[in-house]
Ligand binder design. Sequence first.
Ligand code: MV4
Length: 455
Amino acid sequence: MFEKVLIANRGEIALRVARACRELGIKSVALYSTADAESAVVRFADEAVHVGPPHPGKSYLHIPNVIGAALKTGADAVHPGYGFLSEDPFFAEICENNGLTFIGPRPEVMEKVGDKAVARDLMSKAGLPLLPGTIEPVQTVDEAQEIAASIGYPLIIKAVAGGGGRGMNVVYREEDLARLYQTTRTTAQAVFKDSAVYIERYLEAPRHTEVQLVCDDHGNGVYFFERDCSVQRRHQKLIEEAPSIHLSDEQRRDIGERAVNGALSVGYTGAGTMEFLLDGEGNLSFMEMNARIQVEHPVSEMITSIDLIQEQIRVAAGERLSVSQDEVVLRGHAMECRVNAEDPDRDFAPAAGRLDVYVPPGGPWTRVDSHCYPGWAIAPFYDSLIAKLIVWAPTRTEAIERMDRALSEFQIEGRGVKTTIPFHRRVLADERFRSGDVSTDFVEHFLAGEAEVAA
Ligand code: MV4
């Protein structure tokens, strides 16, 4: 096992990783920018190294400074968290070249699954279900037209280097195809430095369903069931839950096994997520793979009682997964609300500032993953996440009641600070949400409905 892990991140996930290290008997090293000098993880970790000014490009994303901090403190591994350098194969390679274990998949594997067309090809070969579309990137408008004729409209053109909803365009009519094909390519070249695109049939208002898995170096892979993350706004997840109430036990086992097989078939190691869309008929289609631990991992931990960060560290150290698939048992229902410093009444605009009052909820089966404390200032340089509020209950309905109770206790106040808590409470009271009839267009319709009532 590692003796010392450098945490190449900030905020709640840095603290989450430091906690896992402490429980495993591993020393932790925090990084901090000038803006984060007073952060909770700086106090909690065994050591802390300043890596630069507030701007992420000059601190948390500055590879020489991050690697320098690891070498200076004698760390033997680097945990990248999510965001920042977590899915950068180049960073993973530099870690390895400096004798540091990158806690994540190998750089070659990361690169493969990061290319959406390659991932689509490999996962299809491994038996994952796909929407009708292209495997090879589309090279010309003529080719795009041929494909459109075979799969029909609506269709979606996606950048191979995109992901998380970036670099995609929906085409409803044939007359828009040539223009949108060109637009997607030009944008992809400008944003990702790679103009390659592929085409898929477009699903209207699907559910976002993702399978959590962890694979070790010994050929073992385990799935930790799925999360429904359909409550999103502009590709920002707001509420996540596990399991999805729309899968049968048989479907859950089938997609879990396929996801693990797919990951193992490409030599994937570490924690990862396979993202699927679920249509109205109950069909799952593979979308993309995320080669990192995700923000919403706690809901999977809560339904399985397994610490995914500990598993991630264990397998990175070359140990075997601590559980076999048979030992991963799904129990009850978990839900997470992302409490952001945003103003839901002003189009979720950032509303950051100093937290004069910060009183997190407590009580049974109520978990708060947060780096905040009274007096902490949410900085404008980073994301606006204040806390992840996670609850567990035997049933979904009880989880909703528990979440509302916990949200009602959560006190956050500060000059200029607004939070998404009131929005979450209104969603929890919504009939459509409570019935579970939620797809990726839910938030848009919900907000439009509220605006109509207010008018
Ligand atoms: C789609 C789709 C409909 N049809 N692909 C957005 C995130 C990226 N991982 C995939 N995305 C989508 N791909 C086809 N063929 C709709 C979306 C989509 C979406 C997916 C998940 C959650 C929210 C979403 C919001 C808008 C569009």
